[in-house]
Design a protein around this ligand. Structure first.
Ligand code: DC
Length: 231
């Protein structure tokens, strides 16, 4: 018999958190939640309502609309993971564009947005058996999570990964703009006032700049096994 635990995976953008988290959840039969997708969906909403552009952000306007934003995940068995829905519409593809990436850190810095999303995330994890990835999962959302992982990798390694992903999807982007976005988001995410990206004291740091997927996965899986064995 195994006991279900809560697994928090935090770290900088494009450190491969979601790849590890998805596979881990699949192998364990746990729920997987990509909290970055939720911040991205709120950003998309703000963009669609003309509340945010590259130069302006009507924070009060977004705050007024927050109760009209409904976020949900629906499992897609073709892909093996849950997709993000914004007010009933699948936005999985739209939230992954560079445009959204360039604005999301501003939206994620708004306390009322964080408050709404953190409450929703805590509700999703109330029965444990969950792998959640983000920036503040081990520090704010689930400070009592049994396992906390903090993933890091060099900015160049991360920009290369993101660049390859976007090019494979057919987006026209340059490596330089991706690198700039990665560096800017690191800065905004780690210096914002509310829930900045920091490693929880009890998190295990994994630097995967030169670590293959299998090595990382095996390392984390072994930790889960030791924590979830009933004693
Ligand atoms: O993981 P991602 O790159 O999809 O996240 C998008 C942005 O959302 C990221 O720049 C910071 C923000 N974010 C956050 O502030 N807190 C989280 N728990 C998850 C993401």
């Amino acid at each position: 018999m195994k006991k279900k635990i809560t697994i928090a995976i935090d770290g900088f953008s494009s450190t491969g958190k979601s790849t590890i988290a998805k596979q881990l959840a699949q192998k364990l039969g746990y729920i997987y939640v990509d909290t970055g997708a939720m911040y991205r969906a709120v950003t998309l909403f703000a963009m669609n309502q003309n509340l945010i552009t590259a130069t302006e952000f009507d924070i009060a306007g977004l705050e007024k609309e927050l109760s009209r934003i409904s976020l949900s995940f629906t499992f897609n068995s073709n892909f093996g993971f849950a997709e993000m829905y914004l007010n009933g519409v699948n936005v999985e593809k739209e939230i992954r564009t560079l445009e959204v990436s360039q604005l999301v850190s501003k939206v994620a810095a708004v306390s009322s947005v964080r408050k709404k999303l953190v409450l929703e995330q805590q509700a999703m994890g109330k029965n444990k058996g969950i792998v959640m990835d983000g920036r503040d999962i081990g520090t704010v959302v689930f400070p009592d999570a049994e396992l906390k992982i903090f993933m890091v990798a060099s900015a160049n390694t991360r920009a290369q990964r993101r660049y390859k992903e976007l090019i494979a999807k057919g987006d026209t982007v340059s490596y330089e703009e991706i690198l700039q976005n990665v560096v800017e988001r690191d800065h905004l995410d780690s210096t914002r006032k509310d829930s900045p990206l920091v490693r929880a004291e009890d998190a295990i740091e994994i630097d995967n700049s030169d670590l293959g997927f299998k090595e990382q996965f095996d390392k984390i899986y072994a930790l889960v096994e030791s924590l979830s064995s009933l004693n």
